[in-house]
Design a protein around this ligand. Structure first.
Ligand code: SF4
Length: 397
């Protein structure tokens, strides 16, 4: 057994055995198990010092930079986020730059990350920091939480990671680590267990705060250690890397031989298939785009004209009806498949060279050159289409 996996001193079992409130509704706290929690905290924090990945946002303590990274990392892989974060920080290095930036630029820098309301909320929050806090990122966790688009997780992450405050964090990675470490049964999204998990996370970071021997930035390091462990060691599925886990000696799920059992997530929402007729209209080297309106998701982004259809609808007919283009001139492109959360979307793409009659349909329209296509903010699926289009036309004789 490696020293990392040796039992922790004074470890007696899981939190339930120690009388902690479980999702059965039993009231209690973590009194009496301070030593055990302190040992877990120490192991995690020391492990993080040697195992932390070198990520660009870990080279700064600027709460603005940490905030941007945390919002980008929600539902997006670290490797995908790195170039986005670098680009963003280059163009908008401080709160003031974000507050004063044209919304088009903010959306363009976010293009491809999805969940575009997050980019809008970042800018709204930046404006609020300028007006209510003189442009200085607030240090008070309650004030951070009042900013638009910032929930308890993001507030805890900024307060602890950037400002080293003893504030808890709880995201998917931390939930996985804590439910396994303490063999916490039940759906972690259900109210009672979720509250319990926040309590455990709070106890851990407060324990880090109290352990002066752990050195500087110990709340920051502990919370990042929990996230890092979930991302790199205590990974989803039935076979996390318990052999190299710094807290394996304390882990109830590991002792039970059943780490894959935790967390006990509710069944996923069923996948829904959606179909769209999408028309690429070219006229004299320009392409017709439509702006997504205020009432739609992804508002402010441009797309090739498209309409949602039934699976059996004829794409040419739908496009011709809306755009006033003769049905026979469309040529077919391969379908484009794009997945967003529970939606599996199929764009049935048709191409035509044609100038349709003006005002054939409502909305805001633009004929864009291929250079303009590059600089406009497009939704992710339509960015893929634009790239294919440019690739295809580069190959033209
Ligand atoms: S011992 Fe295994 S299951 Fe337990 S926290 Fe470590 S990696 Fe996760």
């Amino acid at each position: 057994m490696s020293s990392q996996n040796s039992p922790l001193p004074h470890w007696h079992g899981n939190l339930r055995n120690m009388g902690m409130r479980q999702n059965t509704g039993i009231e209690c706290g973590l009194q009496g198990c301070d030593d055990e929690l302190a040992a877990i905290v120490e192991r995690l924090t020391r492990w993080f010092d040697g195992a932390a990945r070198d990520l660009p946002w870990r080279r700064t303590r600027d709460p603005y930079a940490v905030w941007i990274s945390e919002v980008m990392l929600q539902q997006t892989q670290v490797q995908t986020v790195i170039p986005y974060w670098n680009r963003w920080m280059e163009r908008l290095p401080a709160v003031r730059n974000l507050a004063e930036a044209p919304t088009d630029l903010v959306l363009k820098l976010w293009e491809g990350l999805g969940y575009y309301s997050r980019a809008r909320n970042l800018q709204r929050a930046a404006c609020q920091i300028m007006s209510d806090h003189g442009g200085v990122f607030p240090r008070d966790p309650a004030a951070i939480l009042r900013l638009p688009g910032i929930g308890p997780y993001t507030a805890g992450a900024i307060a602890s990671i950037a400002l080293d405050q003893p504030e808890p964090i709880l995201d998917g990675n931390v939930i996985r680590v804590l439910t396994r470490l303490f063999a916490l049964e039940g759906d972690p999204k259900a109210k009672l267990l979720n509250r319990q998990l926040w309590d455990v996370a709070a106890q851990l970071v407060r324990s880090a705060h109290a352990q002066i021997d752990l050195g500087d930035q110990r709340c920051s390091r502990l919370n990042q250690a929990l996230m890092e462990l979930g991302a790199t060691v205590c990974t989803p599925g039935s076979q996390p890397a318990c052999g190299v886990c710094p807290v394996a000696g304390a882990c109830r799920a590991h002792q039970q031989g059943s780490p894959g059992r935790f967390p006990e997530l509710a069944p996923r929402v069923p996948i829904t298939a959606r179909f769209f007729a999408t028309g690429i209209l070219e006229h004299e080297g320009r392409y017709l785009l439509k702006l997504r309106e205020n009432t739609e998701v992804n508002r402010g982004f441009w797309e090739f004209p498209n309409w949602e259809t039934a699976a059996s609808d004829d794409a040419e007919s739908v496009l011709s009806d809306h755009l006033g283009v003769p049905r026979t001139i469309w040529s077919a492109w391969p379908d484009l498949r794009h997945h967003i959360t529970r939606y599996r979307m199929t764009q049935r793409v048709r191409l035509a060279c044609f100038l349709p009659p003006q005002n054939s349909t409502m909305g805001t329209w633009l004929w864009a050159t291929s250079t303009e296509l590059e600089s406009l903010a497009l939704t992710a699926a339509h960015r893929k289409l634009a790239r294919k289009l440019q690739h295809a036309f580069q190959k033209r004789p």
